[in-house]
Design a protein around this ligand. Sequence first.
Ligand code: 3PG
Length: 229
Amino acid sequence: MCKLILVRHGESVWNKENRFTGWTDVDLSEKGEQEARRAGELIRKHDLLFDVAFSSVLKRAIRTLHLLEESADRMWVPEIHNWRLNERHYGALQGLNKAETAKKYGEEQVHIWRRSFDVTPPLLEPDDPRGAVYEDKYKNVDPAVLPLGESLALTITRVIPFWQDYIAPCLISGNTVLVVAHGNSLRALIKYLDGISDEDIVGLEIPTGVPQVYELDAQLRPKKRYYLK
Ligand SMILES: O=C(O)[C@H](O)COP(=O)(O)O
């Protein structure tokens, strides 16, 4: 049996301010740092000796990983950071306050942007200086695959190939694997692993900084998924 630990980053400064974040590289809030340390303590308490760790290239996930590793006393574990685990790209909504946007466009429209399976948010203009194509951290990524806005369906199309090519082989080789990512990149992964329908995924919410564990069989079929307490 293999074990996979999934953690959504701790609360970020923009989670606290209720702003659409997506690929904006904001840091953890103080509460987020505490959540990350607590996640490491829980992992340690449950003796989940992860051998390798994956995260997105966004600092709220990387800092969560580092704080978690420190409190779990596993700072030596090899880490792989990849853009394919990034949050869903929120397009032109990035930076806007969610409540103010709901006042302007209506609660229903904002719910569709946030939770529908295949509706893409308004896209960033290709020459918008916030575009990933202008960021150093994506300089080795083919610009053609860098999004200007993504639905959950589009997010799945880049998370699952990363799972298949990197994370799954690591588990199959017998490693306990930790993945620190984001609300929607983790929803993408859980949808795939648990075979959740396009309709039912709308109801899946993932709290910040709480580790959840999958126990998987040799074919990586989930046997159990539970949050650590
Ligand atoms: O990118 C964001 O704003 C959040 O991390 C996730 O947002 P959501 O709860 O609207 O999916």
